[in-house]
Structure formats: structure tokens, C-alpha cells
Design a protein around this ligand. Structure first.
Ligand code: FAD
Length: 510
């Protein structure tokens, strides 16, 4: 023993000697814990006042009796054997026993028994301390039963639940939520949904959680295989009490966000079917209008060439044969008038307003509308959408027309006799400040020398059918440019055509 420890022990002994034995007795007597001291056979030699209160036996009654009078006789023999094994090895034992009070009432006792060992190393007595923990046990069971009840109700609920702590960690969920994880193939559906509905939810949850509260907001989760899932999301802030020891004296809790997710896919599918039918009609009408517009534009463009030649001829003739030149000029100006009349009857599409647009939805629409065409041409579509996409500002009809034109081009490129590989891979992704849409076909691709020309108005590689006037891609480029994006044609790894369209997340369409 070190000098310091020896000195400390001596000081402690001196202090204990200075304390009168009466103080010990009073302290043991008055403590609220049932205390008993027995001989080495568990016969009671001393019991304090609390012992009397807890067991119902007076001190006179209990003196000389064995502690076993308290036994309810229902405790297992193994339990006593384990207790005595510890005590016989001069080790303290603690545990819970069912005791019976003098009046027959059963109570749950939390016990701690310590052997008292004399100087020769022999156990001479036992010190027993116990308290009635029946009420505590009842409350514990009540809490556990309530927890089981809540968990089974939550698990049986047809909605998915997830409780998030202020850092966004999921601390509680239910079976439906777990199913959602598997079905959607995303790590935390609650995070993906909040990302798509409220991009800065993490920051808000940490500092102003009430900003994250909303009801029945609909979100769409796209999956590579199978149909898109529509989920209705409702959130509420829940005050959670911390279970850390240092929070014992501080009542303030921390906010948790309860996210409740209901699957509304079937309902939305029905609405979608009706919408797609309507959309099909709108796109068909828009395509018809565009075809007339482009046909007339191409006709005007082609008529202007000979008229320009006539204008040069008229100016050459002016000096040699003014009369002929005047006749030519007159014919020219009448032609120009007719051309102008023609220009004025070119049908224009109504100006669309700019709204928040989800490009996954646009692409889904286009695929939906193009399905008959894709099937007829035997084209296999591989749809790889980003699970969620932030909305961008845009004109939905124009964007649908854009992607439909690109899908139509791809189908047409592969749909000719003898071409076997007919695959179209469409994907969406978020790449820092951009949304990137790729359409990669397995067709013959666009020759290098045409890669830039394809955007020129009236440039077409297709001839004969009369349907192609070569304005499709220049119009596509115009739509992309109007949305502040870029469109590029590349050769895919398989030699086909890869169209990459990029839109800025903060794009501001003109
Ligand atoms: P017992 O015949 O008393 O004992 C059952 C088994 O325990 C025996 O077969 C034996 O293996 C072992 N055993 C008993 N006495 C000894 C011993 N002296 N040395 C080694 N092994 C032994 N019991 C309660 O039910 N409630 C209490 O609140 C309680 N408080 C206790 C407080 C103290 C300080 C001590 C020392 C014991 C306490 N006991 C208590 C235990 C009690 O003495 C009995 O052992 C127990 O109640 C079982 O009683 P029994 O009549 O069924 O069997």
C-alpha cells in the first residue's frame, strides 16, 4: 500500500471511530430501504423500520425467523441455488424475488444480499437490503405493452412510417417502410421523398423543423423496372425526449420528423391513363400543326430560291430590256405577296406558360405515348430514370414534343429491313447543377460529317417519303436552347446515336 493510500485509510478509520455507533444504528433504522441482518443460516437477527413497512412483520415477530418466511414459494429453486452459490462463495448477490407480505399480498422485491466476513475469513452474517419494486415493474410492463401495442398498430398500418432525428437519421420505422426500401431499391425512401419535395429539408430540420411540415404532398419515384410509384407524403414534428443521463434534469426535448407515406399509385395510374389519352390527342394535334408549319416553311424556303434568282435576273435585265424587267418585277412582287399570304397562314402553336416540370414525368409521358410505335418497330426500351429529379422551369408540351421527336428519330433510325439490334436506352441523372437526359439507340448512328449539319434547318438524310422536311432537330435544338440547355449528338459505344440533352437546374426559360 502506498504512503498516501495508507494515510488515507488511517484518516478514514479515525473518522469512523469518531462517529458514535448510535449514528450507524439510527441511519440503518431510518433509511427507506428494508434492511435485515441474519446469521449464516439466514435467520433474522435485525430488521429496520422500513423492513417492517415493506414486509408487514413487526420486528418482534420477525426476530429469529428465517428469511424464507418472505418466500412466495413460487420462485424457482434454480434461482435460490444460484443465490446461495454466490453467497457461499462469499460474493454478494442481487436480483428480484417474488415475496409475500404478512397479510398475504405478493410483491416484487429487488434484493441485494452481502456476506459479512470476519477477520478469520468466515461468513458470520448476511446483510440483506430490499425494496418493493412492484409499482415500477407495473409501469415498466405498461410501457412495454404500450410499445408493443403501438408497434403492432404501426406495423399493421397500410402506410409507411419513418421517424427522423434532427440530423435526419431514421430512428424508427414500420414494416411498410421496410417494404418500401425493398420495392423502391433506394436506401432511405424518406430521404429520397423529402429530397424531391423540399430540397433543403436537412438544414430546415436541424434549425427550423416546422418548415418541414406539410400534408399530402405527392411524390413520384421512378424505378428502372416496373411502373413508377406515386406516394403521398405527410410530415409532422414530434417532440422527442432524450434518454441520455445528462438530460434528466432538463425537460426540453429535441424535434423529430414523422414522415407518413401512403401509396397512391393505383389512384394516380387511373388519372394517368386518362391524362395520357388526352396527351396523345394534344401531341397528335401539335404534331399535325408542326407538320403543316414545317411543310409550309419548307415550301416558302424553296420558293424563295427561284424568286431570288428572278430578282437578280430582273436587275440584270433592267438596263437591257426595261419592259421585260418591269414585267418580271411585277410578277416577282405578286409572288412575294402570295408568299407573304402563305407565311401568314402558317399555323402557330399557342404560347405555353412556364411551369415547374419533372423531366422523368415528361419522359414517362413520351414513352407512354410512343409505346404503340416502339412495339410496332420491335424496339426494346431500357428506361433508367434517376429515382427522383428536382423540378426545373419549362414548357411541358414543348419538352414532350422535343423528346418525342428524339424517340421518333431513334425508332426511325433502327426501323428498316434487315436491322436486327433495336434497342433504345433512355436515362435521366442529376449531375451537379444539371439534369442530363440521354437517349442512346442501337441504330447505324449519324456519320461524323453530319453531326453538326443535323441541326441546320431543312437538313434531312431522309428522302422520298415527303414527311421529312428536316426541321425536327433544328426545332429540338431551339426548344432546348429556349430552356437554357444544350443538346449534343455523339456516337454511342455500339455505334448508334447518343443524344445528350442537358438542362441547368437553375435554368430560366425564355
Ligand atoms: P431453503 O430451504 O431456505 O433453501 C433452498 C435452497 O437454497 C437449499 O436447497 C439450498 O441449496 C440453498 N440454501 C438455503 N440456505 C442455505 C445456506 N445457508 N447456505 C447455502 N445454501 C443454502 N428469500 C426470499 O424468498 N425472499 C427474501 O426476501 C429473502 N431475503 C433474504 C435475505 C438474506 C439476508 C438471506 C441470507 C437470504 C434471503 N432469502 C430470501 C433466502 C431465504 O433464506 C431462502 O433461502 C429462500 O427463501 C428459500 O427458502 P426455502 O424455504 O424455499 O428453501
Amino acid at each position: 500500500m502506498s504512503a498516501v493510500t495508507l494515510a488515507q485509510t488511517r484518516a478514514q478509520s479515525a473518522a469512523e471511530t469518531a462517529l458514535p455507533p448510535e449514528v450507524y444504528r439510527q441511519a440503518v433504522n431510518q433509511t427507506d430501504l428494508a434492511i435485515s441482518i441474519t446469521d449464516d443460516k439466514a435467520n433474522i437477527l435485525f430488521a429496520n423500520e422500513a423492513f417492517t413497512r415493506v414486509t408487514g412483520y413487526s420486528r418482534q415477530e420477525i426476530f429469529g425467523k428465517n428469511e424464507s418466511v418472505l418466500s412466495n414459494l413460487n420462485n424457482s429453486l434454480e434461482l435460490y441455488a444460484a443465490m446461495w452459490a454466490e453467497l457461499s462463495a462469499q460474493r454478494p448477490w442481487s436480483g428480484k424475488l417474488l415475496n409475500r407480505r404478512k397479510d398475504g399480498e405478493i410483491y416484487l422485491a429487488e434484493l441485494s444480499i452481502s456476506p459479512v466476513i470476519d477477520a478469520s475469513g468466515k461468513t458470520t452474517h448476511f446483510l440483506g437490503m430490499h425494496r418493493n419494486v412492484t409499482e415500477l415493474h407495473r409501469l415498466e410492463r405498461l410501457v412495454r405493452n404500450q410499445k408493443n401495442l403501438i408497434e403492432s398498430v404501426v406495423d399493421a398500418a397500410p402506410m409507411a412510417f419513418a421517424l427522423l432525428d434532427p440530423s435526419g437519421r431514421i430512428i424508427l420505422d414500420n414494416q411498410e417502410y421496410k417494404k418500401l426500401v425493398t420495392d423502391l431499391g433506394v436506401k432511405e425512401p424518406a430521404h429520397s421523398l423529402l429530397d424531391s419535395l423540399f430540397l433543403s429539408w436537412r438544414e430546415a430540420l436541424a434549425h427550423q423543423p416546422e418548415q418541414c411540415v406539410f400534408a399530402n404532398r405527392e411524390a413520384r419515384i421512378d424505378r428502372p423496372a416496373g411502373r413508377a410509384r406515386w406516394l403521398s407524403v405527410t410530415t409532422s414534428v414530434i417532440e422527442m425526449q432524450s434518454d441520455c443521463a445528462d438530460s434528466y434534469f432538463c425537460g426540453a426535448g429535441q424535434p423529430g420528423l414523422l414522415v407518413v407515406v401512403a401509396d397512391i399509385t393505383n389512384l394516380r395510374d387511373e388519372q394517368e391513363r386518362a391524362r395520357t389519352a388526352g396527351l396523345q390527342a394534344v401531341l397528335a394535334e401539335e404534331e399535325r400543326t408542326a407538320a403543316i408549319r414545317e411543310g409550309l416553311s419548307a415550301a416558302i424556303f424553296r420558293l424563295e430560291e427561284p424568286m431570288n434568282v428572278m430578282a437578280s435576273a430582273a436587275s440584270v435585265l433592267q438596263r437591257r430590256d426595261p419592259a421585260a424587267a418591269a414585267a418580271l418585277q411585277q410578277a416577282l412582287s405578286i409572288s412575294r405577296e402570295h408568299l407573304e399570304t402563305l407565311r401568314q397562314v402558317i399555323p402557330q402553336s399557342p404560347q405555353e406558360i412556364v411551369v415547374g416540370v419533372n423531366l422523368n414525368e415528361i419522359l414517362r409521358d413520351v414513352l407512354e405515348v410512343s409505346t404503340p410505335r416502339l412495339l410496332a418497330a420491335g424496339v426494346m426500351v431500357d428506361w433508367q430514370p434517376a429515382a427522383t429529379l428536382p423540378t426545373i422551369l419549362g414548357r411541358p408540351l414543348q419538352l414532350r414534343m422535343l423528346f418525342k421527336a428524339l424517340v421518333d428519330n431513334a425508332v426511325e433510325a433502327m426501323n428498316f429491313k434487315g436491322w436486327k439490334r433495336r434497342e433504345l436506352s433512355i436515362s435521366s441523372a442529376v449531375n451537379r447543377e444539371h439534369i442530363v437526359i440521354s437517349l442512346i439507340d442501337s441504330g447505324p448512328g449519324i456519320p461524323n460529317e453530319w453531326q453538326h449539319k443535323v441541326f441546320e434547318p431543312f437538313f434531312t438524310t431522309k428522302n422520298g417519303s415527303g414527311r421529312h422536311v428536316g426541321t425536327g432537330l433544328s426545332r429540338a435544338q431551339q426548344v432546348v436552347a429556349d430552356h437554357g440547355g444544350v443538346i449534343d449528338f455523339e456516337q454511342s459505344a455500339s455505334g448508334g446515336c447518343a443524344v445528350i440533352v442537358e438542362f441547368r437546374l437553375d435554368g430560366d426559360p425564355i
